[in-house]
Design a protein around this ligand. Structure first.
Ligand SMILES: Cc1cc2nc3c(=O)[nH]c(=O)nc-3n(C[C@H](O)[C@H](O)[C@H](O)COP(=O)(O)OP(=O)(O)OC[C@H]3O[C@@H](n4cnc5c(N)ncnc54)[C@H](O)[C@@H]3O)c2cc1C
Length: 507
């Protein structure tokens, strides 16, 4: 098979002409082809640039700088029934892909998830969005699929790793649009990712993976050498050979239990801020002059004394309440596959260094609780960006998409003095890059759950440095941020376990 790079198509050209373009480039007939990568080159007249994989006879005669041999990697784990029991806490992207991989290799896998299955969870989330009744165990953060289930399900990552294709293949095998394999900035949308995750769970169940929903892991059982031999839930005690913790960044209770058990944990830097909303038409016009038909994205970064950057941008999306504890406010963003809300939103975050707080969870919860105290309900805090810049508080120029409504709040009180100046400089910089960013923007917040304030340190075999058999993974352990990186971390952990037992059994 050949990989052919640098095939260009005009923005409005149909991909049906690709075969013809490949054959013209090669001066030969291709038997079949598939798209491997697609990117936008907007340096001059914008064009899409493709890399394709093609089957062609006598391939050696076509080899050149742009045409290279491609050998597909076989990343499937070798299946053989194994006696070791792997318990997984948390069924977000890291837990899902760790379970998937371990089942593929033949381990006995038991998943414990604090929240409910998606069909039930969806009802709880909808009720919260409509009536403001929050279920602390079943919400945007907790339940089958984890935190990314009520999201835009953007699949962007800068990580280069062969298992990225493996993850995308799993999504496609379970119903995702095959274009996610190559579209730049691919996203699935909350409506689609929910169905895909349910199918993955059903498949794992069919294969014998044991699931315990609404059953959080409450405690660890350690032997004299601190090795994990089992876990405790409200319903029972379960023995295991390995315990994989993929509990996400909002599982404060469980982290507290880990600390009490003496698991080695360190603080890490975080970021916080607010979400901004703009008319999608403003972003489309500024980013590509409306040439790209889909809702456009942006990524903004300001390098001042501290970094300020846009994060988790949701084109054509809505701002959502993403809290998991009562009497707190946390915002985040979500889009449906069609990205057609006509409003663009994104978090704007400033870095907070670990030296600036004692306990990151307490620090963030303090902000979330103060926001609730100001609001007196689950209505988020809001302000026109222009008013924030001028220290004023006038009615919003536009209603927010946040489903529970908002109350006016002067975000000048939100930041520490030095941070406030940096955030304002950043917004001026963003306004130079996207004119209208200040005038046409509103801010909604607070946004506090973009990163995890701790890292559960692990060694070269991916186990906790002082608790053998504990495999911390994903965002809540400080080893990922986003669906793809956390899914990949789950696979890395599963591979480490696979390697360990292959070495022990000599196979
Ligand atoms: C609203 C929203 C939108 C987002 N949008 C995107 C996006 O578009 N693209 C992107 O890449 N990322 C997005 N993210 C971030 C992404 O979802 C997370 O980075 C990712 O889900 C983290 O994966 P994880 O496996 O580490 O943990 P999580 O997905 O957080 O899953 C952890 C799971 O553990 C469970 N749990 C907690 N404690 C216990 C316990 N004691 N026992 C058992 N189970 C427990 C929780 O219920 C939860 O289901 C978004 C996040 C949110 C909240």
């Amino acid at each position: 098979m050949l990989q052919i790079n640098g095939i260009k198509l005009g923005i409005d050209e149909d991909e049906a002409v690709l075969k013809d373009r490949i054959e013209k480039k090669l001066h030969g007939k291709v038997k079949s082809f598939s798209i491997r990568r697609k990117s936008l080159d907007a340096r001059r007249e914008p064009v899409y640039v493709y890399s394709v994989l093609a089957e062609i006879e006598h391939e050696e005669k076509y080899l050149c700088k742009d045409v290279v041999r491609y050998v597909p990697a076989d990343l499937k784990a070798k299946y053989r029934p194994r006696s070791q029991v792997c318990i997984i806490a948390g069924y977000g992207p890291s837990g899902i892909f760790a379970a998937y991989r371990l089942m593929e290799a033949g381990f006995r896998v038991i998943v414990f998830e604090k929240g409910k299955r998606i069909s039930e969870r969806q009802k709880d989330v909808e009720r919260f969005f409509k009536e403001g009744i929050l279920d602390e165990d079943s919400n945007v953060q907790f339940g089958e699929g984890g935190a990314g289930t009520f999201s835009d399900a953007k699949l962007t990552t800068r990580i280069k790793d062969p298992y990225i294709d493996y993850i995308l293949d799993v999504f496609v095998e379970h119903g995702a649009d095959p274009r996610i394999r190559y579209e730049p900035h691919a996203h699935i949308g909350t409506d689609e990712i929910r169905k895909i995750i349910e199918r993955i769970t059903d498949k794992l169940m069919e294969k014998g993976c044991e699931f315990h929903f609404s059953e959080p892991v409450r405690n660890l059982i350690l032997d004299d050498s601190r090795k994990i031999t089992g876990i405790i839930t409200d319903k029972g005690i379960y023995s295991c050979d390995c315990f994989l913790s993929g509990i996400g960044h909002s599982a404060y209770e469980t982290v507290r239990m880990f600390k009490e058990k003496g698991v080695h944990i360190e603080k890490k830097d975080i970021a916080l801020g607010f979400r901004v909303e703009h008319p999608q038409s403003l972003i489309d016009a500024r980013q590509t002059g409306g040439i790209i038909k889909e809702a456009n994205e942006y990524f903004l970064r300001y390098k001042g004394e501290k970094g300020v950057y846009s994060f988790c941008m949701c084109p054509g999306g809505i701002v959502i309440p993403a809290m998991s504890e009562k009497q707190t406010i946390v915002t985040n963003g979500m889009s449906y596959a069609a990205r057609d809300s006509l409003i663009a939103n994104s978090a704007i975050l400033i870095q907070i260094r670990k030296e600036e707080f004692t306990d990151g969870y307490e620090y963030l919860h303090g902000i979330e609780r103060k926001a609730y105290d100001h609001s007196g309900s689950y209505k988020a805090l809001s302000q026109n960006i222009s008013d924030f810049m001028n220290g004023e508080l006038k009615p919003l120029i536009r209603e927010s998409t946040y489903p529970l409504g908002t109350v006016l709040y002067d975000f000048n009180q939100f930041f520490r003095k030095d941070d406030l100046q940096i955030v304002k400089q950043a917004l001026r910089d963003f306004d130079r890059k996207i004119p209208g960013f200040i005038e046409q923007g509103i801010m909604i917040g607070p946004e506090t759950r973009s990163s995890c304030p701790i890292r559960i340190n692990r060694n070269e075999t991916y186990e906790s440095v002082n608790t053998p058999g504990l495999y911390p993974m994903g965002e809540g352990a400080g080893y990922g941020g986003g669906i793809m990186s956390c899914a990949l971390d789950g696979i890395r952990i599963a591979n480490a376990i696979l390697l360990k037992y292959e070495q022990i059994s000599g196979k």
